[in-house]
Design a protein around this ligand. Structure first.
Ligand code: M6R
Length: 612
């Protein structure tokens, strides 16, 4: 979840590291630090608690730390509170090894005890300091190269890590090790770059290597050598990243989240166009042919957070259209549940980052159980994308805001396409019906644009909600799935307590929380369930609730019940999530802005959760 950047070349490292970290701050932002080396001189380490700008001020934008080789880090605390002491880089007792780390060393206490017995002392509460000192210990014990020392340490460490290290005896070089935490390495014009995420180095290079699990690398100016766990050199293919640098900038918007909300029509249409050829679904790039689709007995959707909410919506659509049993699971629960999996089942892992630790572990659990895996992933070359049997790439482009919007929308599109293809191939809908559904999907980008164009009403309504204590989102069926996402968007960026409830469940407990003026948002996009949810809204109103209704144009009688109504364009009810979520994203955004909060970097959160 932390961000890592490294550079070795002819240019000054610190400004490049700070610039890279500024693109990675969404990965963690409670402290930051740099280690820079000027030729053969001792490495200089500078750290600061708080946002990256504190470090920038402390180093005068990097100018006060000369040197052409360095590593940088922005932290999301796991072991040890956010403080300058616990910030990375960490240094071995005599300054021989300096490192930054992303991940968790699970057996750090055992390793720390061992190192204490060997005479090492510890200044921080972090697991990273233990890793650094372990590498230093093996380096000195065996007197071999850094690769051998790192190798010995990797065998002893349990957990996940992306490590970037510098050794006193090797000026101008950075050593990298990776297990279950993302890391890419780039080269351009005789200079080399390291990053935990593509946006950090996009401005400098698009030529990258993906380092595999349990692999190491020696990074020199413009030259990167890879090694496996046996210490043998391995060859890697240089890949080109297609994302352009501007995609990771704010482009005049106040926040990334608003920019990304506006990018949804484009992201949805790109994702759709990638699998529609001449009006027909074509999953050949995903690698799913008709025979395979026919052979699948059931679907397990496994994901976290918003991606899980996509799974909830997808479940209704898949079961209704394709008549195939679907089970949706939280990845963090799935992996410890000892799930009973049908050998003909298909596990669909949904993830924007492709690095979420629980989702990755769930994917591996499915593979161990011998069932086929399909990843719906946004980040090309991410761990989940590389390990899944099949990959459906969403084309959202880089998503920077911690609160997902455009990635969520593209994941929905991917799941609709799968549902339609399953439905057609398995004979639940005709070719003509499928074509009609596809045509309807093609209207979604334009309908999203229309909702975004009308955002001022929501801005006004949000300004009235800034002091709300609790907000409830209710709906049935697909509307319940929409409510889950609406509620998460609200709470994660506005810090207002909110809950999503299946509207029919309210009476079984939650309705006791409704007080005078409590905002209840009823989602009503499903014609068959409309009246039932209206009744549930009325029950809330009778207990003092203030009601917002979110429904499709035409359902004007909702205005007799709701105090404030938001309309979305008509679409097939299966696809309503794609439209109804937009006003809810805008609502969360404007409430957060109104409260003066940091929309893109909400407290305690990080963009990709690479620890359990
Ligand atoms: O990268 P992933 O899609 O696997 O991430 C899953 C969740 O961490 C993510 O959706 C999270 O819930 C977002 N903050 C929601 O806005």
């Amino acid at each position: 979840m932390c961000g890592i950047v490294g550079f070795t070349g002819r240019h000054q490292a610190a400004p490049i590291l700070l610039d890279g970290l500024s693109k990675l701050e969404y990965r963690g932002y409670d402290s930051a630090g740099l280690a820079v080396r000027d030729g053969e001189n001792e490495t200089e380490v500078i750290k600061a608690k708080g946002r990256l700008k504190v470090l920038m001020e402390k180093t005068n934008g990097g100018e006060s730390v000369p040197g052409t080789c360095g590593i940088g880090h922005t932290r999301w605390a796991t072991h040890g509170e956010p403080s300058e002491m616990n910030a990375h880089p960490h240094v071995s007792d005599d300054g021989n090894v300096v490192a930054v780390h992303n991940g968790i060393i699970e057996n750090y206490q055992e390793l720390k005890d061992k190192l204490l017995r060997k005479g090492y002392s510890f200044y921080s509460a972090t697991d990273t300091e233990v890793a650094v000192k372990l590498v230093d210990y093996y380096y000195k014990k065996y007197g071999e190269s850094p690769i051998e020392a790192v190798n010995h340490a990797m065998v002893r460490i349990r957990g996940s890590y992306a490590l970037a290290m510098m050794f006193r005896d090797y000026p101008g070089e950075i050593y990298v090790a990776r297990k279950d935490s993302p890391m890419i390495l780039g080269v351009q014009d005789g200079e080399s770059y390291i990053a935990s995420d593509v946006p950090a180095i996009l401005k400098y290079t698009r030529n990258v290597y993906y380092i595999g699990n349990m692999e190491m690398a020696r990074v020199r100016m413009g030259e990167i050598t890879f090694y496996n766990l046996d210490g043998d050199e391995i060859q890697k293919e240089l890949k080109t990243v297609e994302w352009d640098a501007e995609a990771a900038e704010k482009a005049g918007f106040e926040h990334f989240m608003m920019k990304e909300i506006h990018e949804q029509p484009r992201a949805v249409s790109d994702t759709l166009n990638s699998v529609i050829k001449d009006g027909k679904i074509d999953l050949s790039e995903v690698g799913m042919d008709e025979e395979m689709i026919r052979s699948i007995s059931r679907i397990y959707i496994v994901a976290c957070g918003s991606a899980y909410h996509v799974g909830m919506a997808a479940q209704y659509v898949l079961e209704d259209l394709a008549r195939i049993p679907v089970r949706v699971e939280l990845a963090s629960e799935f992996r410890y549940r000892n799930p009973i999996l049908d050998k003909d089942g298909l596990a669909v892992i949904i993830s924007q980052s492709g690095e979420t630790a629980d989702s990755l572990a769930a994917l591996r659990e499915c593979k161990t159980n011998g069932i086929r895996t399909l990843a719906i992933v946004n980040v090309i070359g991410s761990s989940i994308a590389r390990e899944a049997d099949n990959v459906f790439y969403t084309l959202a482009g880089p998503e920077i805001s911690v609160a997902t919007t455009k990635a969520y929308s593209t994941q929905l599109i991917a799941s609709y396409v799968l549902a339609l293809q399953f439905a057609k191939v398995r004979g639940q809908i005709t070719e003509e019906q499928c074509d009609e559904y596809v045509k309807e999907l093609q209207t979604i980008p334009d309908k999203i644009s229309r909702i975004i164009d009308d955002k001022e009403r929501l801005q006004w309504f949000a300004s009235k909600q800034a002091n709300a204590k609790d907000i409830f989102f209710i709906g049935r069926g697909i509307d319940y799935a929409i409510s889950l996402e609406g509620s998460l968007k609200m709470k994660e960026i506005s810090y207002i307590h909110s809950e999503a409830y299946a509207a029919g469940e309210l009476k079984h407990g939650t309705i006791s929380l409704i007080e005078d003026g409590t905002l209840v948002i009823g989602v009503l996009t499903q014609p068959k369930l409309y009246e039932k949810t209206v009744s549930n809204m009325v029950e809330c109103k009778s207990r003092g609730a203030y009601l917002m209704g979110l429904t499709t144009f035409g359902n004007y009688n909702i205005e007799d019940t709701a105090d404030f109504t938001v309309y979305i364009p008509k679409t097939d009810p299966h696809f309503a999530t794609s439209l109804a979520v937009i006003p809810l994203q805008l609502l969360g955004y404007y409430v957060s802005v109104n409260k003066g909060l940091d929309v893109d970097k909400p407290r305690n959160l990080a963009k990709s959760v690479t620890v359990e």
